[in-house]
Design a protein around this ligand. Structure first.
Ligand code: NOJ
Length: 524
């Protein structure tokens, strides 16, 4: 387990929208380098950068044309190596995106694979043996090249699935996941990983990590065995390199595949979804952090606690404020709600990720026309708002050249850093406390003290007690009594006696915590 993860706080960067230094209207790697001090000052010490490789950009770069080449719109490979170097100097680790399940249809491997003549790449992708053929449950494309077959897709039409084989081949053209052709794909991806690790990256966020072996069994045994092999390689040769899975299933990703972290993604009805984005169920917004929604934290705990238990000692669940695929939480939550939500996410166990701009409350732009395969995701990908100057300080280009229009009426780092009680300043103050405190590290003890409907949610991290009241009705809690009732371990450590961080205006006296409307307190 990489040691640095224990106190990592990640910042996700969608590079095209972060900061443009060469005036072409698109963010770039030198722009990320320039903003490292901002990220550090916010309290983050690690980055995840979305794909920045050569690509036709039909899926914002998740359609990789060359895994080993930085897209020219972002700069050069040397710029990325320089980013690794400068980030390390500042104590920041950098994860880049690995897209192992598919390439762009313009990747050289795929061009070769399309040829009717047998060659080194004929089995690099999943091909049937006839021009009009397929199998249930998968999309296949035909009619695009001279090879007598159809190929399987992993996501969009532009993303043919790489061949890691089938768990249990049932057709003559299917290879087992143990077949040399499937192993050759693994080797090719390991070669890509080594390439970047040797040049200074600190690991990878792995796209669709569960998608490798096709028609895998219910435990994803085949796919997990590939990641175990990769984890072994990392443990031996790059022990401080970290892997975070886009999987949202820690039983598989962490306990079985060997990932160090697994994202807790916004999947309808899961525990994370009930916290910030539960607005699709009938009857209004039931999100726990929506004021007066009478949210039930039990829905979150029921789903989260087993995830937490299975990960303990092996890896970390990663909470996200949002990501490039998810509507920003500002879609439905206002600033007072977001403060409580982020304060909670950043103090739960695990390794958290802040999506760029969430710290200043950037808006989700619901009606944004699609860009680079973004569709409804596009509204979450608009340029970072740095200042109140032209283009909100994102770029010197003329507005019509920008990657996406800036949200001209939205908040900016300039406006939010100047407002003492802004979301930005709340996050920053909290991260300062988190970074200075063992009790708020990824693996510090976690215990639920109160988690029932209609009451504040109270939990412990190490010797800290944390309480959040998302409702507008005030609450009074006998903290000492609650702790004595719920946690032998903590009562031995003594009862808390002061508030060390707060939102709203909570007060603590003689064991009683007064939580006014929409408040949050950390007691020590
Ligand atoms: C998940 C990524 O997060 C998303 O943006 C992308 O479109 C798909 N995987 C396909 O790579």
């Amino acid at each position: 387990m990489p040691k640095w993860l224990i106190d990592a706080v990640f910042y996700e960067i969608y590079p095209q929208s972060f900061y443009d230094t060469n005036g072409d209207g698109i963010g770039d790697i030198p722009g990320i380098i320039e903003k490292l001090d901002y990220i550090k000052d916010l309290g983050c010490n690690a980055l995840w950068i979305n794909p920045c490789y050569d690509s036709p950009f039909k899926d914002a770069g998740y359609d990789v044309r060359d895994y080993k080449k930085v897209a020219s719109r972002y700069g050069t490979n040397e710029d990325l190596y320089e980013l690794f170097r400068v980030a390390h100097q500042k104590g920041i680790h950098v994860l880049i995106d690995l897209v192992p399940g598919h390439t762009s249809e313009e990747h050289e491997w795929f061009r070769e694979s399309c040829k009717p003549e047998k060659n080194e790449y004929s089995d690099r992708y999943i091909w049937t043996d006839f021009w009009i053929k397929g199998t249930p449950g998968h999309p296949y494309i035909g009619g695009e090249c001279d090879r007598n077959g159809t190929y399987m897709l992993n996501f969009f039409k532009c993303q043919p699935a790489l061949n890691y084989g089938f768990f249990n081949p049932t057709e003559s053209w299917q290879t087992s996941y143990k077949d040399p052709a499937a192993i050759a794909t693994q080797d090719a991806m390991i070669d890509v990983m080594r390439f970047w690790l040797d040049r200074g990256c600190d690991g990878f966020r792995v796209d669709m990590a569960d998608s490798l072996v096709k028609d895998d069994d219910k435990d994803k045994t085949g796919t997990c065995s590939i990641w175990q092999r990769i984890r072994k390689m990392l443990d031996t040769d790059y022990p401080e390199a970290a892997l975070v899975a886009e999987w949202s299933n820690p039983w598989q990703a962490i306990a079985s595949a060997g990932f160090h972290m697994d994202f807790y993604l916004d999947h309808g009805g899961n525990g994370y979804n009930t916290l910030l984005r539960d607005y699709e169920t009938p009857g209004g917004d039931n999100s726990f952090f929506k004021k007066n929604a009478n949210g039930d934290i039990g829905r979150f705990l029921k789903d989260f606690l087993p995830r937490y238990e299975i990960s303990r000692g092996k890896g970390y669940v990663s909470f996200i404020t949002c990501n490039h695929d998810t509507p920003r939480a500002t879609n439905t939550l206002d600033e007072s709600e977001l403060k409580l939500a982020y304060a909670t996410l950043l103090t739960l166990p695990g390794v958290p990720f802040i999506y760029y701009g969430d710290e200043i409350g950037m808006k989700y732009i619901a009606d944004m026309p699609t860009k680079e395969g973004g569709y409804t995701r596009t509204g979450t990908r608009t340029p970072m708002q740095w200042s109140e100057g032209p283009n909100k300080g994102f770029s010197d280009a003329s507005p019509d050249m920008l990657y996406l229009p800036v949200d001209a009426n939205g908040p900016s780092v300039e406006s939010e850093s100047a407002r003492p009680d802004s979301l930005y300043n709340t996050v920053k103050t909290l991260l300062k406390l988190k970074n200075a405190n063992e009790d708020l590290k990824a693996d510090a003890d976690f215990k639920v003290i109160l988690g029932i409907p209609g009451h504040p949610f109270v939990y412990q991290r190490g010797s800290m007690t944390i309480a959040v009241n998302p409702e507008t009705r005030p609450a009074t809690l006998d903290i000492t009594g609650l702790i004595r009732g719920k946690s032998d371990q903590i009562s031995q450590a003594g009862s808390p006696d002061k508030i060390v961080f707060s939102v709203g205006d909570p007060s603590f006296n003689a064991g009683k915590l007064e939580l006014p409307a929409q408040s949050f307190a950390i007691l020590l």
